[in-house]
Write a protein that binds this ligand. Structure first.
Ligand code: 9MR
Length: 612
């Protein structure tokens, strides 16, 4: 289960994209009151402020790069920014097999050479993309008998990586080897050689260009999950076998409607800990059109968090965006009705989200000193015995609103990137006064909004309105992972603010590492809204010296409602085995049933289950 569906890589004719570009310009125009003050002339490239993205990244020991493509290189407004803002470029299409060896043994490097020439003329590095991929593969490869595929693959790598020897900083040697469930993707290469094709490809690339950094690259591996686990195991095994692999590429084609990847920085870090470099290779953050303030704020948040994730991992060498402008983004041509995924708009104007990335890279003094407008229309949209929900109208800003701070009685109680917030942990039958202020990327804040009063409802007299149900998702009681299935049910008569709720599953850690990793593999409420971690319990009860704690970032559970299934999983960092049979919270039922030995806490108070 992944948050984002596999990007469908079907090619679309350019005319489709042209039509959509017109729609995008309309969308951008509609957004102007929210996001931009003075519109710059249409079609003229506007570079970001100095220092450039790459200079900012370089100050942090990284590069900042963009994809590009040959047709764009004739657009001089476009190339002005491409050549100045980025330290590295990736050809989006021109080094793929269907372009470079369309007939067996007949190589064609003109398009790739043009990208390399552009880079050299602008002092940029080149990321080679890509030598072995199931897509954009000429028909003759798919038609080969299995016995000839390895020789054809090695000859292709020798021909292409050999041609570019010394001119490619890093190669995406193998692209997208996995299905979303972590199984190997079938392709002419996998069908002929099994997973060994990956090692053979890396060895051939090393022989052809020993100076290039050799990567495996994939999408939907950005966060923890089944697919990134599969990549992790592959890279671990390749390293153990001495296969030349230098890095792992994380494409990061994100979408605001699918949530942010689970624990991206921790995921990058575990790969780095294997002794390889990591890189964000194809970043963009799309949204369903039309855009609104909430989607744009979420997009800014995702760009910021990806940037911070890379900066937080010393072996994360840099970030590549999958083209810098909506004018040439692949998104509208592939995902109908989606777009606005890039840092510059379709008129080549910088978008507010660019400032967010610049700030995340350490830029100071953007020059923007104008505060956003004061949030208007603050209203109470719902109450429970312990929470008050608020919403308000989006503020406007000369550059862009990045979020809101929420205050209760003059003290800040939270922040939101959107125009709503639920304050939980409140006392029943009590009135509270709230205000909200808006902020922008440069740190300017508006004045406080007019206050609104929200009163919590009468309490139910001692809680007891929540229960947890459990099922065992783990058929092996003696292996190295524990996989509880949980769902939270509200049996009371009022809504419960989920951010006040924690669920604890107690178990015994046995011998081995005391460090744990925990994952959400699937949740009806979205793994992105869950947190999960393992702690020592301090309990001497058998089978209960540790617990998994699951929390919720937001939302509320209506009276009578269930969270639906949450598939959790955790393991020790040394992957040593558990002996689960005697674990305090474990059951053997494989359908959901009430779980009296799993705890539910509301604001730290046990409301369901018996703690050990
Ligand atoms: O940006 C590329 C687009 O122009 C092509 O039509 C598409 C065809 O597959 O490939 C795009 O690039 C892909 C990259 O090579 C691999 N990761 C996903 C990218 C977006 O589809």
């Amino acid at each position: 289960m992944t948050l984002a569906p596999a990007p469908p890589y079907r090619s679309r004719h350019r005319s489709i994209r042209r039509g959509l570009t017109a729609a995008l310009i309309t969308a951008a125009t509609v957004l102007l009151p929210v996001t931009a003050a003075g519109a710059a002339p249409t079609g003229t490239a506007v570079a970001a402020a100095s220092p450039t993205l790459n200079e900012l990244a370089a100050a942090k020991g990284r590069y900042f790069a963009s994809a590009t493509d040959n047709p764009e290189l004739t657009d001089t407004s476009y190339t002005a920014t491409l050549g100045s803002e980025f330290g590295q470029i990736t050809p989006g299409n021109s080094m793929k097999w269907d372009t470079t060896e369309p007939q067996r043994g007949q190589f064609s490097f003109a398009k790739g050479d043009a990208v390399v020439s552009f880079a050299q003329a602008h002092g940029q590095d080149v990321r080679g993309h890509t030598l072995v991929w199931h897509s954009q593969l000429p028909g003759w490869v798919s038609a080969l008998p299995a016995s000839e595929v390895r020789a054809a693959m090695e000859s292709h790598i020798a021909g292409e990586a050999g041609h570019y020897k010394g001119r490619i900083k890093a190669w995406d040697v193998v692209n997208e080897p996995f299905n979303d469930d972590g199984t190997y993707r079938t392709s002419p290469f996998y069908n002929a050689m099994g997973k060994d094709y990956i090692a053979y490809a890396l060895q051939a690339a090393h022989a052809a260009d020993p100076g290039a950094k050799l990567y495996i690259n994939d999408y939907n591996t950005d966060g923890l999950g089944a697919k990134s686990d599969a990549m992790y195991n592959l890279v671990r095994d390749l390293k153990a076998q001495g296969v030349p692999i230098d890095g792992v590429g994380f494409q990061a084609h994100l979408a605001v409607q699918y949530g942010f990847p689970t624990q991206m920085q921790q995921n990058l870090q575990r790969f780095a800990d294997l002794g390889v470099d990591v890189a964000v290779t194809e970043l963009d953050v799309r949204m369903v059109l039309p855009a609104d303030a909430t989607k744009l704020a979420a997009q800014s948040d995702y760009y910021r968090r990806v940037t911070e994730a890379c900066l937080g991992v010393s072996r994360c060498v840099g970030i590549t965006i999958w083209d810098y402008t909506d004018k040439y983004s692949w998104v509208p041509g592939t995902f109908s009705g989606q777009g606005l995924a890039c840092l510059w708009d379709a008129n080549l104007q910088p978008k507010p989200v660019l400032d967010v990335v610049r700030t995340a890279l350490g830029a100071t003094g953007s020059g923007d000193t104008t505060a956003p407008s004061v949030p208007a229309g603050l209203t109470v949209t719902g109450t429970s015995s312990s929470s008050v929900s608020l919403s308000w109208t989006a503020s406007t800003d000369s550059v862009g609103v990045t979020g809101y701070d929420i205050f209760r009685g003059g003290t800040q109680v939270g922040s939101s990137t959107g125009t709503s917030f639920t304050n939980s942990g409140l006392s029943a039958s009590t009135s509270y006064s709230f205000t909200v202020r808006a902020k922008d990327a440069a740190g300017n804040v508006s004045a406080q909004s007019s206050p609104v009063t929200g009163a919590t409802t009468a309490g139910s007299g001692g809680g007891g309105s929540l229960k947890v149900q459990y099922k065992n998702n783990d058929s092996a009681a003696g292996d190295n992972q524990i996989k509880p299935g949980l769902q939270l049910v509200n049996t009371g008569s009022g809504a419960v603010a989920l951010s006040s709720v924690k669920i604890r599953y107690w178990f015994s850690g046995e011998a081995g590492s005391s460090n744990y990793s925990a994952w959400c593999d699937y949740a009806v409420v979205g793994c992105g809204s869950l947190s999960q971690s393992v702690s020592s319990s301090g309990s001497s009860t058998a089978g209960a010296d540790h617990y998994l704690e699951v929390g919720f970032s937001s939302g509320s559970l209506a009276a009578g409602a269930s969270s639906g299934e949450m598939q959790l999983r955790f393991a020790k960092s040394d992957w040593s085995n558990f002996s689960e049979a005697d674990d305090y919270s474990r059951g053997t039922n494989t359908s959901f049933a009430d779980a009296p030995k799993i705890g539910v806490y509301v604001n730290g108070t046990l409301v369901w289950g018996a703690a050990p």
